[in-house]
Design a protein around this ligand. Sequence first.
Ligand code: UDP
Length: 341
Amino acid sequence: MHILITGGAGFIGSNLVKFHLNQGHKVHVLDDLSTGRKENIQPFLHDPNFHFDEGDVLTWSGLERAVSGADVIYHLAAVVGVFKVLKEPIEVLAINIAGCERLLRAARNSHWQPRIIVASSSEVYGNRPIVDGEHMPLHEELELLITPGINTRWNYSISKLANEAFAISYAKEHDMHVTAIRFFNVCGPGQRGRYGMVVPRFVNQAVNNETITVFGDGSQTRSFMDVRDAVKALFSLANTEESAGEIVNVGSDSEITILDLANLVRKLANSDSVIEHLGYEEVYGEGFDEITYRRPALQKLQKLTGFKSRYALVDTINHLIELSTAVNEIDGDVSLVCSRA
Ligand code: UDP
């Protein structure tokens, strides 16, 4: 089986590479190394089943050839990470939207009929109100919320919504097997904290006995999926006939507040770190709209694939602490990492 992964030198992409090489598949990665890192794919460079091209999905001349002959394509190449999204609002729209369309057009022209997974994001659900202290899991049929404002976080959701629309339209109009997946928070080995990504940041801070930086009061929630589970879920979806033309949540439904996460990491790392709260404006700039909760409904994923997560959050954090691979580049003061968008 031939696999093409755009953005394959990134965190999720490189874990997909490992997964497919272990299955004996041939894997081709296209990555411009803007957020992806060569060291993520370094272990595979001498594997005869692995091929890497450094190139941009918008301009790389080999794309049409790479697409023809691929049985499964994962389109992950995108500008990602809250800090980066706020810093590069135009690139987020231009690269994420046009890159996806170019990839799908190339796949349509190839007549090879690959299975294609297009990465979308739980960001498209927006910041939903909590009613009477209750909040519902986010299921795929919900109406979506895009809140315009001075802050450009929403450029990311807009770009990912456009990707979903392309995926569904190509599936429908050209009878292609395209599935858009909405990633919820994914964490695990190889993830960096430079562009946000709370788990590697907290693990890195805790193992170094540095201050753990909780943004806001820490009552916001997230649900974290181990990347080793995420790659299996993706391949299961690619392997499922019924996933064509569908939008599917991929994540874990075990939810935790960010303050509880900070305490958990500190405890598991046996750390002396103190927890400090930083205001959102201080960190992200004026007008930042924090997502107050996030937990996926997973019935659709389970119905389509029977998938169940193997790793609990505690397992992942322990693994990261053990490996000390939460290689994190907090450049001094985290509040300065992100300039105002
Ligand atoms: N966060 C935090 N401290 C950090 C980094 C992130 O408290 O050093 C918070 C962030 O404000 C958000 C949550 O952790 O509420 C998850 O942030 P991340 O950037 O990992 O993902 P996203 O916001 O996209 O879900």
